[in-house]
Design a protein around this ligand. Structure first.
Ligand SMILES: Cc1ncc(COP(=O)(O)O)c(C=O)c1O
Length: 459
C-alpha cells in the first residue's frame, strides 16, 4: 500500500524549500525594505523608488491601493458602531448582511459563515468546528486532518500544523500532535514518476489519499484540507482530475472536504472561488485576504447547513459555542468587507479577471522559454516560474545560490516586486484591477530581471 511518508521530502525540496522568501544575509546588512505609501497597483518606498506590486501585497490587495469607497465606508462604520461583538446571540447589521452575501456567493453546499480576523484564525476555527462536530456526533476518534506537502494554511499552532513547509514546522515543534497527516503535493513537474501523465499522476495522488484513510481507519479521519490551487507553497495548479477524485473519496469515507480559499477566493483563479476552478463542492471553506481587499483584517470560516445544525444543537451542552475572538465580525471590518464584495459585483471583477487572464497566461507561458525557467504555470491572475540550473534534467540551483531570492532582487531592480517562493519559484499575482498594459510592464520587467539574474547566477 502506497502511504506517503511525511518525512520523505526529496533532496530538491530539502534544498530549496528552506530558503524561500528572501536573501536573509543581504537584509541583515541593509535592514528591511520600507514601503511608505501606495496607490493603484504601485508601491513607493522610503528611498523614493516606485514598484508595481506584483504579488498584491501578500495575495490580498485585489482592488489595489487608495480605493475611496472603502475609506468612506470604514469612516462611516466607525462613527455608527465602532464596536459590537458577535458572541452568544449578539450580532449587528453588517455582520448579518456580510454572512448573507458570502453564503449567496458561495457554492450551494455552503450556507453559514463564522467571522474571524485572519486566514490562520479561519483555519483554527475550521479545525475546532470539525472536532466539535465529531464529538457532537459521538465520534471522538474521528479527528485527524489530511493536508498536503507544501500546503500553506497559516502560522498559528493548529494551522501551522497543516502548513507543511519546513520553515514553519522545523524548530517550532509542529505538527503539534498526530492529528495532522499529509500526502504528496500535486505538483506534476516535480513529483510525477517518469513517463506519468498529468491524469495518471492526479489519479495516483487521489489513491494515495484513499490509501491513507484506509491505513489510518476512516473512523479516525475527520477532514481533507487543501488550497484548490496551492499558493505560498509555489503556486501549483493541480491535475484536472485530482480534486474531483479526492472529493469522491472523501464522500465515500465520510471525510469532510475543506477548501482553503484564503488566496484563491474572490475571483483570483478566474472563478469566484478556487473550488469552482477545480470542480468541487466543499463542506467547509476558509477565506480572508481579498475578502476586504486587505483594507482591514477579516476572515471567515464557511460551512454546510449539516455541520452548522450539528454544532448549533450541541452548543447548549457547554452554555455557549466556545470559539470566537473579541474582534471576530468587527463592525468596521464587516462593513468594509461588504463594500469590497459590492465593488467586485458592481465592477464585474470576475469579468475583468477573465478578460485579462489570456494576456497574463500568454506572457507567463513565454517566460517558460527562458533558459533558467523549468516551468511556467498558473491560472487566472496567479502564476509562477520555477527556476532550474538545467532545463533538461530539471536539476535545481544549489541552495547556496539562493536562486529565487536572487531573481526577486533583480526583478525588483526593474521596478516590480514579486515573491520568491519555496521550490525556487517566483510568484506573480498582481492586484486584480491590473490592465493589459500593466501586465506587459510586469512581464517586461520580469524578462529583464531574468536575464540579469541568469547572468549573475551562472557567472
Ligand atoms: C491558503 C492560505 N491559508 C491561510 C493563510 C493564513 O492567513 P493569515 O496570514 O491571514 O493568517 C494564508 C496566508 O498566506 C494562505 O495563503
Amino acid at each position: 500500500m502506497n502511504v506517503h511518508n511525511p518525512n520523505s521530502l526529496d533532496a530538491i525540496d530539502k534544498a530549496t524549500l528552506l530558503h524561500p522568501y528572501t536573501d536573509l544575509d543581504a537584509h541583515a546588512e541593509k535592514g528591511p525594505h520600507i514601503i511608505e505609501r501606495a496607490e493603484g497597483i504601485r508601491l513607493y518606498d522610503a528611498d523614493g523608488r516606485s514598484f508595481i506590486d506584483g504579488v498584491a501585497g501578500l495575495w490580498c490587495t485585489g482592488l489595489g491601493f487608495g480605493e475611496d469607497r472603502l475609506v468612506k465606508v470604514a469612516t462611516e462604520a466607525m462613527k455608527t458602531l465602532s464596536f459590537s461583538h458577535v458572541f452568544s446571540h449578539r450580532s449587528h447589521p453588517t455582520a448579518i448582511e456580510l454572512a448573507e452575501t458570502l453564503t449567496r456567493l458561495a457554492p450551494d453546499s455552503i450556507t453559514r459563515a463564522f467571522f474571524v480576523n485572519s486566514g490562520s484564525e479561519a483555519i483554527e476555527a475550521a479545525i475546532q468546528i470539525v472536532w466539535n462536530y465529531n464529538n457532537a456526533l459521538g465520534r471522538p476518534e474521528k479527528k485527524k486532518f489530511i493536508g498536503r506537502d507544501r500546503g500553506y494554511h497559516g502560522t498559528t499552532i493548529a494551522a501551522g500544523s497543516l502548513t507543511a513547509l519546513p520553515y514553519k514546522q522545523n524548530d517550532f515543534d509542529l505538527p503539534v500532535n498526530d492529528r495532522f497527516l499529509r500526502v504528496t503535493c500535486p505538483h506534476h513537474y516535480r513529483y510525477a514518476e517518469a513517463g506519468e501523465s498529468e491524469t495518471e499522476f492526479g489519479a495516483r495522488l487521489a489513491q494515495e489519499v484513499e490509501n491513507l484513510i484506509v491505513a489510518e481507519g476512516a473512523d479516525t479521519i475527520a477532514a481533507f484540507i487543501g488550497e484548490p490551487v496551492m499558493a505560498a507553497g509555489g503556486i501549483i495548479p493541480p491535475p484536472e482530475n485530482y480534486w474531483p477524485a479526492v472529493a469522491e473519496i472523501c464522500r465515500k469515507h465520510d471525510v469532510l472536504l475543506i477548501c482553503d480559499e484564503v488566496v484563491n477566493g474572490f475571483c483570483r483563479t478566474g472563478n469566484f472561488w478556487g473550488s469552482e476552478t477545480v470542480g468541487v463542492q466543499p463542506d467547509m471553506m476558509t477565506c480572508a485576504k481579498q475578502l476586504s481587499s486587505a483594507y482591514l483584517p477579516i476572515g471567515a470560516t464557511l460551512m454546510s447547513e449539516a455541520i452548522y445544525q450539528v454544532i448549533a444543537a450541541h452548543s447548549p451542552k457547554n452554555g455557549v459555542f466556545g470559539v470566537g475572538m473579541t474582534y471576530g465580525g468587527h463592525p468596521v471590518c464587516t462593513a468594509v468587507a461588504l463594500e469590497t464584495l459590492r465593488i467586485y459585483e458592481e465592477r464585474d471583477m470576475l469579468g475583468h479577471v477573465r478578460a485579462v487572464e489570456p494576456h497574463f497566461a500568454k506572457r507567463l507561458a513565454a517566460l517558460g522559454e527562458h533558459p533558467m525557467v523549468g516551468q511556467a504555470r498558473g491560472v487566472g491572475l496567479i502564476g509562477a516560474i520555477e527556476l532550474v540550473a538545467d532545463k533538461e534534467t530539471r536539476e535545481p540551483f544549489p541552495p547556496a545560490a539562493k536562486a529565487a531570492p536572487t531573481l526577486y532582487t533583480h526583478v525588483a531592480e526593474q521596478g516590480v516586486m514579486c515573491r520568491a517562493l519555496p521550490g525556487d519559484a517566483l510568484g506573480i499575482c498582481p492586484p486584480m484591477i491590473v490592465t493589459e498594459d500593466e501586465i506587459d510592464e510586469i512581464f517586461d520587467a520580469i524578462e529583464r530581471g531574468l536575464d540579469s539574474a541568469h547572468a549573475a547566477l551562472t557567472a
